[in-house]
Design a binder for this molecule. Structure first.
Ligand code: NAD
Length: 506
């Protein structure tokens, strides 16, 4: 067994359900986690039964009764300790992310660093859960609003950020006074178990009640236990648009709240004045980083006709320099896709591009002999601006090149897809960048100037419009999604004046 697995307390068989300190095993059903890096079985994780889920919700409900009354800065202190525990486990957890998901080791460590950063952010936030005060229209009255915790927050996460997305949600929810139940992706379940074990240690050190942070595991049917459960007032779900539409309808059916972080189809507009060094770095990392499996991956380059050949040829040359292989070897730039289903989706997309008349500038295909059947070549295709393939998010390293002549046209192409997550413009012309950022510019939740579409700092609100789902997580005032707002009016007079001057004489 690999050393980093032992460091994280993982074994061949792991409890997939936990209320905090207490693990629960299901002897009958397991998820098997195979590494896309070398195909090896990393370990098994037991699937949560409906009975275990009932126990977990019971523990969470009981824990909430106490946790909501712990002063927010004291909740922040627990999150601070979790951040410290993550610092101590950063190397091992980063290696697990890389080995179980397939992203480069640098990106695996980077993901754990994001968790640490959101802990720091949440600690500060725990003293800043501010509401407004308002002036009452009535004499000797005072009005203000305050935020209270919601209750149980259900977190459903995708495979591509197997630890960070949970922490973006959980750390904010915890300082807000909520309790959380997490269902990680069935494609990376050991990452969830590892995070839960680190939590269990912090919880035990502080003698916290069971149920503040719980884990459940399994496929979508286990996720449905939460989406259908009226005791879970907020479901935060990260994943495909297909999943988001189902989750949104199920939770709306019981008038619960959702926070949805779904697919992206992100573009960079490259203008005549663009700085080519920035273009190449931004586009290359955006398109091939995490093997094209980031929600913010760059999928489309919308290039001004005067720079088109230059960008195409330089990028094609840069693709020729990429080294693809074991992501734990820091000499490699690109690791594998998550599984062979993803490889097949990628191969089908390339067929689709060719069938609709697209031209491969850098051809794709499976790469054999690299340790598993999940390695593919990052590729580049020239397509028409109305390409049907380029409307879809194929979760793989396929980059589409398109030509434009006016900025209005470029923005229209950028906005023409159903998704609205991340976007960027490469320009040194202030009029162009301001137009791109204005109300007539990008329609995405994230719009950048002179950096790529990929990745984001935790300080800003993260999320997107249209089929990306409309949710916002992480920084800025995203915390408000995890709380309920209450308006309070206090009368300290001896009269009871009615609002709007209404009189009601008895
Ligand atoms: P997926 O939709 O297949 O699965 C995501 C999670 O949803 C898994 O835990 C899965 O078990 C669960 N799930 C699926 N159907 C469900 C249902 N009906 N009820 C309850 N739970 C259900 O996505 P994936 O392949 O793991 O991840 C890739 C997708 O995630 C891409 O589209 C990517 O863009 C998106 N993503 C978005 C963001 C963002 O912040 N916008 C971040 C990461 C990934």
């Amino acid at each position: 067994m690999k050393e980093f697995l032992k460091t994280l307390g993982l074994t061949e068989d792991n409890d997939g359900s936990s209320t905090g300190q207490q693990g629960m095993h299901n002897p009958d059903q397991h998820l098997e986690s195979h590494s896309p890096v070398d195909g090896a079985l990393i370990g098994r994780v037991s699937v949560t039964t409906p009975e275990q889920y009932a126990q977990i919700v019971g523990a969470a409900t009981a824990a909430f009764a106490d946790w909501r009354m712990v002063p927010a800065p004291q909740r922040g202190e627990i999150v601070r300790q979790y951040g410290q525990a993550l610092r101590e486990n950063k190397d091992a957890l980063g290696r697990l992310v890389s080995y179980e998901m397939g992203k480069s080791l640098q990106e695996g460590w980077g993901e754990v660093q994001e968790m640490i950063d959101i802990c720091d952010f949440a600690v500060g936030l725990s003293r800043q859960l501010y509401g407004f005060t308002m002036h009452s229209e009535r004499v000797l009255h005072r009005m203000y609003e305050q935020y209270h915790p919601l209750g149980i927050v259900g977190i459903i996460s995708a495979f591509n950020f197997p630890v960070a997305v949970w922490s973006w949600n959980a750390m904010l929810a915890l300082v807000c006074g909520d309790v959380v139940i997490w269902k990680p992706s069935e494609k990376a379940p050991l990452c969830g178990v590892a995070c839960q074990k680190i939590w269990a240690q912090v919880a035990a050190n502080n003698k916290l009640s069971e149920g503040i942070c719980s884990l459940i595991n399994g496929d979508y049917t286990v996720g449905e236990l939460m989406t259908k459960d009226g005791r879970v007032p907020l479901v935060s779900a990260t994943g495909s648009t297909r999943m988001g539409k189902i989750v949104a309808q199920t939770v709306a059916g019981r008038l619960g709240k959702t926070l949805l972080e779904l697919g992206g189809n992100n573009a960079i507009i490259i203008t005549p004045s663009a700085d080519m060094d920035l273009v190449l770095t931004g586009a290359l990392f955006g398109a091939v980083g995490t093997c094209g499996q980031r929600c913010t991956s760059t999928r489309r380059l919308i290039i001004h006709e005067s720079r088109y050949e230059e960008v195409r040829d330089k990028l094609a040359a840069a693709y020729g320099q990429l080294s693809i292989g074991d992501p734990l070897d820091e000499g490699n730039h690109v690791g594998p896709l998550i599984d062979t289903d993803s490889v097949n989706t990628y191969l089908k997309a390339i067929e689709g591009i060719k069938a609709e008349g697209g031209t491969m500038v850098v051809d794709g295909g499976r790469i054999d002999g690299l340790g598993s059947d999940c390695y593919v070549k990052p590729c580049i295709a020239e397509v028409a601006t109305d390409s049907a393939m380029a409307q879809q998010e194929t979760f793989a390293p396929i980059l589409y090149l398109m030509k434009y002549s006016t900025l209005e046209e470029a923005i229209a192409i950028q906005n023409s897809v159903p998704q609205g997550l991340s976007s960027a413009i490469m320009t040194t012309n202030m009029r162009e960048s301001e137009r791109f950022l204005s109300a007539m510019g990008s329609d995405c939740g994230i719009a950048n100037v002179n950096i790529g579409t990929s990745g984001a700092e935790i300080g800003g609100a993260f999320g997107g419009e249209k089929e990306t789902g409309g949710g916002r997580e992480s920084g800025s005032d995203s915390w408000k999604a995890y709380m309920r707002r209450q308006t309070n009016t206090i009368n300290y007079s001896t009269e009871l004046p009615l609002a709007q001057g209404i009189t009601f004489d008895l």
